[in-house]
Design a protein around this ligand. Structure first.
Ligand SMILES: Cc1cc2nc3c(=O)[nH]c(=O)nc-3n(C[C@H](O)[C@H](O)[C@H](O)COP(=O)(O)O)c2cc1C
Length: 280
C-alpha cells in the first residue's frame, strides 16, 4: 500500500470534491507526491493539462509543526491549486493531527505516506487485510503501488490492484509505470480502480494526461511562464526542464542544456532553439 487519504474539506473556490470525482465513473487523473518536484509551480502546470487532483511532496509532520521556516519552505499554495492533497510522513498521531489542522483550510485532504517501499505483499490477502484495516479507521481512499518491497523494475502487479479494488468499498487509485494517457486508461480498465496516479510519466511529459505522447513545446513555454511568475528556485526550474526535454532533445543538445547555470542562460537557449514555436 502506498498511501491512505483522509478528506478534510472541499475546494471553496471551484467546489471540486475528490470524493465526488472518484464516484463520477470517469477516470480521475492524479499527480503523485514527489519530493522536490510536485510543488505549486509543477502542480499548476499539470492542472493546465487535464490533471484532476494533485498531491504535495511528502512533508515531515514533526518539522512542519515545530518550525515556521519548514512551513514556509515546504508548503505553498494558491486559489487555483485545487483540489489538493497534502502528504505527511509521521510516526506520532498527535503531530500528524497538529500538522493536518494547520493545512486543513488550504487542502482537500491529508495523505499519510505508508512508505514508498512497503507496497503490496507477495500474498495479496495480506494487502487486502491491511487496506481493510485502513478503511475501518476512516480513510477516504487508498492509493496502491503494485510492487512488493523487493521489486524495483519488475512489471507492476495490476492484477493485485484489481483484487484489492474488488475487496474494498472506498475508492482505490492505481499507481506504477503509467507513461501515457492510453496506458492510464488501460490500467483503469484492467484494474477497475477509480483513478490512476502518475509520478515519473508526468515529470517526463507534464502534458500526458491531455493525450500528448511527448512534451509539446507549448508545455515547455507554459512551464517557463508559470515557474517565473511563481518565483521557482533555479535548480527546480532547470531540473524540470531537463526531465521534460529528455525525449525531445539530442544527446549533444542535452549536454549543453544540462550545463546551463542561470535562468537567463536557459531563456536564451530556449528562445534560440524553440522561440519560433512559442505560440504553437
Ligand atoms: C522524484 C520522485 C519523488 C517521489 N517522492 C514521493 C513522495 O514524496 N511521497 C510518496 O509517497 N512517493 C513519492 N515518490 C513515489 C511516487 O509517488 C510513485 O509512487 C512512484 O514513482 C511510482 O509511480 P510512477 O511509476 O508513476 O513513477 C516519488 C517518486 C519520484 C520519482
Amino acid at each position: 500500500m502506498k498511501s491512505d487519504c483522509i478528506q478534510t474539506t472541499t475546494c471553496q473556490e471551484r467546489k471540486k470534491d475528490p470524493i465526488e470525482m472518484f464516484h463520477s465513473g470517469q477516470l480521475v487523473k492524479v499527480c503523485a507526491p514527489m519530493v522536490r518536484y510536485s510543488k505549486l509551480s509543477f502542480r499548476t502546470l499539470v492542472r493546465k493539462y487535464n490533471c484532476d487532483l494533485c498531491y504535495t511532496p511528502m512533508i515531515v509532520a514533526a518539522d512542519f509543526v515545530r518550525s515556521a521556516k519548514a512551513r514556509d519552505s515546504e508548503f505553498t499554495t494558491n486559489q487555483g491549486d485545487c483540489p489538493l492533497i497534502v502528504q505527511f510522513a509521521a510516526n506520532d498521531a498527535r503531530l500528524l493531527s497538529d500538522a493536518a489542522r494547520i493545512v486543513c483550510p488550504y487542502a482537500n485532504g491529508i495523505d499519510i505516506n505508508c512508505g514508498c517501499p512497503q507496497r503490496i505483499h507477495d500474498d495479496v490477502t495480506r494487502t487486502v487485510d491491511l487496506c481493510r484495516k485502513a478503511e475501518a479507521t476512516g480513510v477516504s481512499w487508498i492509493t496502491v503501488h503494485g510492487r512488493t518491497v523487493e521489486e524495483r523494475h519488475q512489471p507492476v502487479h495490476y492484477e493485485a490492484i484489481k483484487i484489492i479494488k474488488e475487496s474494498m468499498s472506498i475508492p482505490i487509485v492505481a499507481n506504477g509505470d503509467i507513461r501515457s494517457l492510453k496506458e492510464a486508461e488501460n490500467v483503469w480498465h484492467i484494474t477497475g480502480t477509480d483513478g490512476v496516479m502518475v509520478a515519473r510519466g508526468l515529470l517526463a511529459n507534464p502534458a500526458m494526461f491531455a493525450g500528448y505522447e511527448e512534451t509539446p513545446l507549448k508545455c515547455i513555454w507554459d512551464w517557463v511562464d508559470i515557474a517565473l511568475e511563481l518565483g521557482t528556485p533555479y535548480m527546480c526550474f532547470h531540473q524540470h526542464l531537463m526531465y521534460m526535454m529528455e525525449k525531445i532533445t539530442s544527446r549533444q543538445e542535452k549536454k549543453i542544456f544540462n550545463a546551463l547555470s542561470s535562468t537567463s542562460a536557459v531563456l536564451d537557449y530556449l528562445t534560440d532553439h524553440y522561440g519560433i514555436d512559442r505560440a504553437s
